[in-house]
Design a binder for this molecule. Structure first.
Ligand SMILES: [Cu+2]
Length: 164
């Protein structure tokens, strides 16, 4: 009986998809610049092949005793890379470039997410395709710079914010 169970177990192990550990690893990906951690960066896939702009989002955690600021970002996917803030005004979602960057309080965090802060790609050189990824460099006032890998997710992954 024990031998049969062991054989069954061995078959099950062999049948496990090889991609499982890789997926788990991708989800745990994290980047660091000084005391700042960057979690879960993603960008919205372009809805059309002629899209001229796109946006990226991620979570910043500050494990340090001093506040820091995300002052700028740079990337090769577009002519210009800016930090924007979206907000509702007169029933419409508008966005503008952020003066002074995004503050990341000591021991706290800042979330770049749809409908709020985001990294904006102006003048996309090519559409952002689902499943692809691209490097994005983030520059902090105190913690220096870090280049992260942004994963492109499906176009419908966000609502209430349009770039065109
Ligand atoms: Cu924007």
């Amino acid at each position: 009986m024990r031998t049969i169970l062991f054989a069954l177990f061995a078959v099950l192990i062999a049948a496990l998809p090889l991609s499982a550990p890789i997926t788990a690893q991708a989800e745990m990906k994290m980047w660091k610049a000084g005391d700042i951690e960057v979690h879960k960066p993603w960008a919205r896939a372009s809805a059309t092949s002629t899209a001229r702009s796109g946006a990226a989002f991620f979570m910043l955690k500050n494990g340090g005793a001093a506040g820091d600021t995300l002052v700028s970002a740079s990337s090769d996917v577009s002519k210009k890379t800016e930090i924007h803030l979206s907000k509702m005004q007169d029933g419409k979602m508008i966005m503008r470039e952020v003066e002074g960057g995004v503050a990341v309080p000591a021991g706290g965090m800042a979330e770049l997410k749809p409908g709020s802060y985001h990294v904006m790609f102006m003048g996309l050189k090519a559409p952002l395709k689902m499943g692809e990824s691209f490097p994005l460099t983030l520059n902090f006032a105190k913690s220096g710079s870090v280049t992260i890998d942004v994963t492109v997710m499906k176009a419908g992954a966000m609502k209430g914010h349009s770039h065109n």
